[in-house]
Design a protein around this ligand. Structure first.
Ligand code: SF4
Length: 211
């Protein structure tokens, strides 16, 4: 495991990183484990670190596959995408589309010019200020681009909130690649006699969220 930075440039309303670790700041990397078979990079926001270029070179010098977690697609530019693609990956590159109010479609399209979509996995937060239409828009966009999602129902800081049945069903559908790829959520039948299109029939977005 390795960190090149702590903190974050953002202050997302559902995340405690900025409160706990402050603004983004580079940190001295830890000593390498000589028996390591791969590297897990745990920075919250790797490319927001002003020293990310040095970090990329340091990772390359280890000659091990790398698993990235905190890749912020909202700031990703061509140089960063090319740098990311130059690293030997272990597993997926993890990005996130948590806030539906920000449309990441163009950013995702730009990223997939340099990095194969099969190498990307995208966290999608549901149950936190998003409508069901917005959840479907994000998931259908990812599907169109060939990117696998990982839906996470919102948990509060005390971990007392229980996800709704809708959130559990959309996570169950989206997080199983074969289900996600072969059918739309509205056609998914998680229980006998129940089709998920019923969620859209019953759902009326709050007035403030209507177009
Ligand atoms: S970008 Fe990620 S780490 Fe940073 S505040 Fe938002 S959720 Fe937390």
């Amino acid at each position: 495991m390795q960190f090149y930075s702590r903190g974050c440039i953002r202050h997302c309303p559902f995340c405690l990183v900025h409160d706990k670790e402050g603004a983004i700041h580079p940190v001295e990397p830890m000593a390498w484990n000589p028996r390591a078979e791969w590297i897990e990079v745990l920075d919250n926001n790797f490319f927001a670190n002003p020293e990310w270029r040095w970090a990329i070179e340091d990772l390359k010098a280890q000659r091990l596959p790398v698993k990235f977690h905190g890749v912020d697609i909202r700031i990703m530019d061509e140089e960063q995408a090319v740098a990311l693609n130059s690293i030997r990956m272990k597993g997926y590159i993890h990005i996130a589309w948590d806030l539906p109010q920000i449309d990441l479609t163009e950013r995702l399209q730009a990223m997939t010019k340099y990095i194969r979509p099969q190498k990307i996995a995208c966290y999608v937060l549901v149950g936190f200020n998003s409508t069901r239409e917005q959840d479907l828009h994000r998931l259908r966009t990812l599907k169109r681009l060939g990117i696998l999602p990982f839906v996470q129902p919102y948990r509060d800081y005390q971990n007392q909130r229980q996800p709704s049945q809708y959130e559990l069903d959309i996570a169950r559908w989206a997080n199983r690649a074969w289900l996600f790829k072969t059918m739309d959520f509205l056609d998914y039948e998680p229980r006998k006699g129940f089709r998920c299109s019923a969620y859209m029939d019953e759902y009326k977005p709050p007035v403030s969220q209507k177009n």
